[in-house]
Write a protein that binds this ligand. Structure first.
Ligand code: HEC
Length: 134
């Protein structure tokens, strides 16, 4: 009983916290700008990795930066103004984030094969959301 009450209080506190955070977050650009200015150029680095393989440390660092930006932009897709209220949206966003986080790991490990292998999963996340929303 007591535990139940405690957990309700904690849940309530958590949801108030989430609401407060949500209301202070807002989209900076349009959805189209988020896609073409951030998501497209950073994901292109992964999609075209076999055509333009990083050849020195600076290029690998650039790949790390782009994959990290891509991973963080998945979080932006959940900000009010960008987010759409559907399970599909959340699922595709998480697909994109997982693929991008893995790509960031591969970039840090300087692992070309892993980056090429992640192409499919990343592409699938874009396509799945676009098919459902555009
Ligand atoms: C969770 C949903 C979602 C995911 C994931 C997603 N997109 Fe999009 N994308 C959209 C929506 C919605 C639009 C339409 C935006 C508009 O025009 O208002 C869009 C539009 C675009 C556009 C066209 C923008 C324009 O105006 O010309 C490009 C390019 C694009 N996305 C690239 C990508 C790439 C590349 C990925 C994957 C790495 C991706 N998107 C992942 C939802 C998503």
């Amino acid at each position: 009983m007591r535990v139940k009450l405690m957990s309700s209080v904690i849940l309530l506190a958590l949801s108030v916290g989430v609401l407060a955070a949500e209301s202070s977050l807002q989209a900076t650009a349009s959805m189209s700008e988020l896609m073409t200015r951030i998501i497209q150029p950073t994901s292109d680095a992964v999609f075209y990795v076999s055509r333009f393989p990083p050849e020195d440390d600076a290029a690998w660092l650039e790949m790390e930066n782009k994959t990290l930006m891509l991973a963080e932009s998945a979080n932006l897709l959940l900000v009010p103004g960008y987010a759409q209220d559907s399970d599909q949206w959340l699922r595709d966003t998480l697909l994109m984030r997982n693929a991008a986080v893995a790509a960031w790991g591969a970039a840090k490990a300087r692992d070309m094969d892993a980056l090429m292998d992640l192409n499919g999963a990343l592409y699938e996340s874009c396509e799945s959301c676009h098919n459902a929303t555009r």
